[in-house]
Design a protein around this ligand. Structure first.
Ligand code: GDG
Length: 447
């Protein structure tokens, strides 16, 4: 069997792979265990210079070789900040109105994909299997084919794929769809995404194989961390601060797709409409800043600062703060225990490819006294976690009613719902996701 070649915009550090922190890394870490692997992508540095192609930096760790290239500041801005995060990201999350389209940035996006292909192609061997990750790299498969690459190439899209008409509002959409023909297999998160993508491919006459491969987590590992962290000093401080109150928890990258303002408004509606919870419940939102140099993210942060200030100003008591809001990342092991402590996990994206936080919340619960997951029906995780309390996050009253229901749910029902969800979280894990995708890719006919 040949090597596995993973391509992603950012390449994890060798340490991150061995410690397997996030979903993608956990899944792949398992798939690459003992298997010769090449991991290729951007180094994270913008020290590249226009004019000459960069030399890949090579680092070997066990059976994994990491090959990374620098981008220029211009490339990083056009490819990553611009076309990937200010154009493709909003469109794929059904927010065409937020798209900041620029033809120059589309061109830099194509240029960087072609550059990736030019540097990667000579590193490939005939029996390698290439697995390309995510929306930054839609055109990479086709670019590799233009370099003469014949091996199997698969693609996985971690974010949603919108309905055809919506996606094709993006200038350049047909080009991106046509380029998907470079892949032997395209994986998306849900049946809905698969249907949307098939519709779009059909509309432009592209014949490609699309399948739904929902991503999972390492539920046992996360549960162990949640238990282990319970005795930490941070958890002691949290217990003290809560003083016996119920805890509602939200955890997300600070991103407009996650529905954080909607969540704040839903919590405020709970205080307004259900006075019994006043003074009895605290809401903690962990929202580490991400993509802080994209305009839309700056304005979201301002909006949340203002909302949090207003809600606390209006509802706080001398001995009670309703809402805590932290924009710094929290260490993973602390986070796992905070999940376990939370009475309610509140996950309200307006659109989300999967949403691993929902699965992590389930995995972290105490089986004898589990909390309740309140989940947006627009998360990719919704079909699998149908025993959550489902909400449409665009209606603050629905969030308020769901929170009231969750906060007063009898233990027996909490256990019933949690057991069903915990089974789902164990049915598809990060490791089984990677295994299933790679098995399906291996079964595709060779070119
Ligand atoms: C994309 C898709 C899809 C969050 N805050 C902290 C922290 N996190 C961790 C969570 C979770 C991960 O980050 C976030 O994963 P999500 O799936 O929720 O969201 P995206 O980052 O948008 O991921 C998404 C995913 O790709 C995988 O395919 O599910 O739909 O958008 O693991 O726990 N971790 C730490 N501190 C924090 O403050 N340590």
């Amino acid at each position: 069997m040949g090597r596995l070649v993973v391509v992603s915009n950012r390449v994890p550090s060798p340490r991150e792979v061995t410690q397997a922190a996030g979903g993608l890394t956990v899944g792949l870490a398992d798939a690459i265990k003992g298997q010769p692997t090449l991991w290729f992508g951007w180094s994270g540095s913008t020290q590249g210079r226009d004019g000459a192609d960069p030399e890949p930096g090579i680092v070997r760790k066990g059976t994994v070789t990491f090959a990374t290239i620098d981008l220029t500041a211009r490339q990083h801005k056009g490819f990553y900040q611009g076309f990937s995060n200010a154009i493709l990201w909003p469109v794929c999350h059904y927010r065409v109105g937020l798209m900041q389209y620029s033809r120059d940035e589309l061109e830099v996006y194509l240029e960087v994909n072609a550059l990736f292909a030019r540097i990667l192609a000579p590193l490939l061997e005939p029996d390698d299997t290439v697995w390309v990750q995510d929306y930054q790299l839609f055109p990479l498969g086709a670019a590799l084919r233009r370099e003469g690459v014949k091996t199997r190439i698969g693609f996985f899209l971690h974010i949603p794929f919108p309905p055809e008409q919506l996606f094709r509002a993006l200038p350049g959409a047909d080009l991106l769809l046509t380029d998907l023909s470079g892949y032997d297999l395209i994986g998306v998160q849900t049946a809905q995404d698969a249907g949307n993508l098939r519709g779009a491919l059909q509309a432009v006459g592209v014949d490609a194989t699309v399948g739904a491969f929902p991503i999972g987590i390492d539920p046992d590992g996360f549960a162990r961390q949640a238990v282990r962290g319970e005795a930490s000093k941070e958890m002691g401080r949290l217990t003290q601060a809560l003083a016996g109150r119920a805890l509602i928890l939200g955890v997300d990258r600070l991103d407009y797709s996650k529905g954080i303002p909607e969540r704040f408004l839903g919590f405020e509606r709970l205080l307004k409409r259900f006075p019994a919870h006043r003074g009895k419940v605290s809401f903690l939102q962990v929202a580490p800043v991400s993509r802080g140099d994209v305009a839309e993210y700056k304005s979201l942060r301002r909006q949340l600062d203002e909302l949090a200030g207003r809600i606390n100003g209006e509802w706080a008591e001398i001995d009670w703060i309703p809402l805590r809001y932290i924009t710094r990342p929290m260490p993973r092991k602390v986070l796992a225990s905070v999940h376990r402590r939370a009475t309610v996990g509140l996950v309200t994206p307006l659109r989300d490819g999967m949403n691993l936080v929902a699965k992590e919340y389930v995995a972290a619960q105490n089986p004898d006294d589990p909390g309740v997951l309140v989940l947006s029906k627009f998360a990719g995780a919704a079909p699998e976690l149908s025993d959550a309390v489902m909400v449409n996050p665009l209606d603050p009253d629905e969030i308020a009613e769901a929170l009231d229901l969750a906060l007063s749910m009898p233990r027996k029902e909490r256990i019933r719902r949690w057991e069903a969800m915990n089974e789902a979280v164990h049915r598809v894990t990060a490791a089984s996701w990677a295994r299933d995708f790679l098995a399906a890719l291996a079964a595709m006919p060779a070119r």
